[in-house]
Design a protein around this ligand. Structure first.
Ligand SMILES: [Cu+2]
Length: 152
């Protein structure tokens, strides 16, 4: 093999290495970018927009409610805004959660990764049970319930 042929061979190999490295870098960047995008989607939650009046923000996921005890005052209107932190891929309830208080006729159902709210005025004092009967075994599951304390 002549010197020229060897030189050309080396140049070609060098170029192939450069192309391989560039391809690898591009693929790596794409994969990391996609992973980062998915992670942000999974963990970053926009804050719910502000609402007028006395608003109680409660979130729920498969692990339970963000508040186990909720205090309100009798005779004063209160808005409960329930936010589901679960996406629609959950087979158990499709990512929906509920916040219901039978005695007060309140039944809020938040869609997957969404919020739903209801304004009500508890008329009398007492301690009531709020619960979600959609997921994780429903009412019987202690993590999917809590206490609503209506004070005078
Ligand atoms: Cu639930």
């Amino acid at each position: 093999m002549g010197k020229l042929t060897r030189d050309i061979g080396q140049q070609v190999r060098r170029r192939e290495r450069r192309i391989r490295a560039a391809t690898f870098a591009v693929i790596g960047t794409l994969v990391l970018g996609a992973a980062g995008y998915l992670l942000v989607q999974a963990f970053w939650r926009p804050a719910p927009p502000p609402m007028a009046g006395n608003v109680l923000d409660i979130s729920a996921d498969m692990g339970g409610f963000s508040r186990k005890v909720v205090y309100v005052k009798a005779g004063e209107p209160v808005t409960v805004r329930l936010t589901s932190l679960d996406n629609s891929h959950h087979t158990d309830g499709g990512g929906r959660h509920q916040w219901a208080v039978d005695e007060l006729g309140v039944n809020i159902i938040a869609p997957a990764l969404g919020s739903s709210s209801k304004t009500f005025t508890p008329a009398r004092q007492g301690t009531f049970t709020f619960y979600c009967d959609i997921c994780c075994g429903g009412r019987a599951n202690p993590t999917m319930s809590g206490r609503l304390v209506v004070a005078g």
